[in-house]
Ligand binder design. Structure first.
Ligand code: ATP
Ligand code: MG
Length: 413
């Protein structure tokens, strides 16, 4: 339930804004707490990304106290309230009824804090905080699991996963991000239900995978996804036993596309149809065009980097100058450190003569020199630029002479 977060981490004024809302609700007589992720993060001494507020007040009561509150899920009793320049989810305590669509409860009924804790996914996400009394209200034994660093489903793990199969991915994401283990019964339930992830929309799966792979502990998440057999459904591929070592060694701030490319390389040999696989992942994870194109570029550049010494100077400069070269190089660094160092040094040398210098001539120069427009001109321009990158051309006049010579060769042939 993340709404209106401008930054990844909530600053202190954000907590203050949440306390103001909580006090307003309490003064009006409603039992109110902080709930879920922010309580967990605070107990872990991490800055929360958002504050969610749970209350006995009904949506109409919330509207009466905060006239500008907007409903973001009337049926679930969730209102969006602004305070101290931040937005907060204020949700009425509720219990969820059965989940026949495996995603949303068929009915929700407003209830009390204890039932509201029980409908949450994992014990570490099921606690409340009273920021005034500075106490934790823990109906689900979350503090104990927090101490033992365990992700444990609240209630019967099989039933809780069957209600919403996305919880399988959430368990992995929290375990990886927080460096917790998945409690054995919860892990068994995930393994047993793994094929049922197929019922979850690709959009929700893609969103979870993105959150996992943009976190610095992405390698652990990739391991768990494979170990628990979820990769089979996520990618519509055979389950893979290869260790996701490249994914695990990427720098903390690696992009989503870099992590996806690294994982493809972990799962497949270099003679596989890697671009075909990227395109399948695109449809499985509903990747944006941008991310898909980046994955393809990184895979292509990565292939060139492994053939580095066979490339001429111009080709090396074109690779080194391409936008995603550093992403592909980050993957090489995870798999072949001597090759990485070799290419890194070579690029530093190439930089002395300019990796992506401005072109000496453009298409207009060729037209002005009397060449009629045709598709050949593009090829000539690229060949002239290669000569410039190799250092055999220094001036615009030299470039035009070379272009004219190429053009007449082309006409003769
Ligand atoms: P994050 O820091 O990633 O936002 P979070 O715990 O705040 O972690 P949210 O997805 O924002 O996670 O959800 C807020 C709270 O709502 C959770 O802590 C949990 O109590 C509950 N919740 C969210 N998704 C589910 C779900 N699929 N099933 C049950 N409870 C859920
Ligand atoms: Mg959250």
């Amino acid at each position: 339930m993340a709404h209106a977060q401008m930054t990844d981490v909530c600053p202190i004024e954000c907590r203050q804004g949440a306390i103001t809302i909580l006090q307003t609700l309490r003064f009006a007589g409603f039992e109110t707490y902080f709930a879920g992720g922010c309580v967990r993060d605070r107990l872990l001494s991490k800055a929360p990304t958002e504050y969610d507020i749970a209350t006995s007040a009904r949506p109409d009561d919330i509207k009466a106290l905060f006239p500008k509150a907007r409903s973001v899920g009337e049926v679930f009793g969730v209102m969006l309230v602004r305070s101290n320049h931040h937005m907060y989810d204020v949700a009425t305590f509720r219990s969820d009824g059965p989940y026949s669509d495996k995603r949303h409860p068929d009915i929700v009924s407003f209830s009390d804090a204890e039932h509201d804790a029980a409908r949450r996914d994992f014990t570490i996400n099921g606690m409340f905080e009273d920021p005034i009394e500075e106490t934790i209200i823990d109906y689900v034994d979350g503090q104990n699991d927090m101490g033992n660093r365990l992700i444990r489903a609240i209630g019967d793990p099989r039933q809780r996963i069957r209600e919403d199969h996305l919880r399988m991915l959430r368990a992995i994401r929290f375990a990886a991000r927080l460096e917790f283990s998945i409690e054995p019964e919860t892990a068994d339930a995930i393994r047993e239900c793994s094929s049922e992830l197929a019922g979850v929309s690709r959009e929700r799966i893609g969103e979870e995978l993105k959150k996992m792979l943009t976190d610095q502990n992405r390698g652990v998440a990739a391991w768990e996804v494979q170990y628990l057999g979820l990769d089979h459904v996520i990618f519509a591929e055979d389950s893979c036993r290869n260790a996701p070592t490249r994914v695990g060694r990427l720098p903390a701030n690696a992009t989503y596309a870099t992590a996806l490319a690294a994982w493809i390389l972990d799962r497949y040999t270099s003679d596989s149809d890697l671009l075909g696989i990227a395109s399948q992942w695109r449809s499985q994870l509903l990747l944006s065009n941008k991310v898909h194109e980046e994955v393809c570029s990184i895979l292509t550049i990565h292939q060139h980097l492994f053939a580095w010494d066979t490339l001429g100077i111009a080709a090396q400069k074109r690779v080194a100058g391409s936008e995603l070269c550093m992403s592909a190089l980050a993957i090489v660094q995870c798999e072949d450190r001597p090759l990485f160092v070799h290419i890194h040094r070579a690029i530093t040398n190439l930089e002395r003569t300019g990796i992506s210098p401005d072109r000496l001539i453009t298409g207009n120069d060729l037209l002005e020199a009397g060449m009629p427009p045709s598709s050949t001109l593009g090829n000539i321009l690229e060949a002239v630029y290669d000569a410039q990158l190799e250092g055999s051309l220094k001036t615009r006049d030299d470039a035009i002479s070379l272009a004219l010579a190429m053009y007449s060769d082309f006409q003769d042939s």
